[in-house]
Ligand binder design. Sequence first.
Ligand code: F6R
Length: 241
Amino acid sequence: MKVIQASDYQEMSQKAAKYVIKNVRRQPDIILGLATGSTPKGLYKQLIADHSQNGTTYEHVSSINLDEYIGLPAHDPNSYHSFMDEQLFQHINIQPHNRHLPNGETDRIEQECMHYEALIDAKGIDLQILGIGENGHIGFNEPGTSFASQTHVTTLSESTRQANARFFDSIHSVPKQAITMGIASIMKSRKILLLASGPKKANAIRRLLDGDIKESFPASILNHHPHVILLADNEALSAAI
Ligand code: F6R
């Protein structure tokens, strides 16, 4: 794993954007794997600024998101569909038919998981953007998830629901389940850019860089991937160095 240090969140976001833009320009029909959450917001802001100032085009780019809550309508302000629309999609020229997120509203959920995994296989993710949970989750793959997992339904841990409660009225409104790419699905990506910022992530980054690969710490599998960049700020790296 290649580690790149940034001084703070702003610099991490700028460096991440530079890397993503370089890849998009080099491969105009790139398939991007995208994440939600607080961490990539600065990256998305930079991509939007670059799109309007420098004209980087997303006309032929496709995106495949990591996850979506089960039971929230796509138009709910807290759905990941809404998040992606607001934070990125409506500000760049990525085509609606090229944007993919799991459908958390369907009652044929098993079929949706199979369909989503088939999409990942058919398209092939060129560059996956990842955040990391304080407990080491990637996507919504909580500790204990099989490294062989494909897209599946997962029950969110109490700590993940609490971490995400800041976006909702109360913890009771946070959905209990989500559809997520599995760990094996994520590992199929050609390249992975893992972002981490702030002191709350320091312990997870220390454990990741310890190199001990075990299912009780999902992100540890990334040590097995041939092309991962960890781009983290000083605070996230503070326990590792
Ligand atoms: C988001 C996702 C999650 C987040 C992780 C970190 O699509 O799959 O794994 O990346 O929970 O979240 P933040 O960035 O809010 O700290």
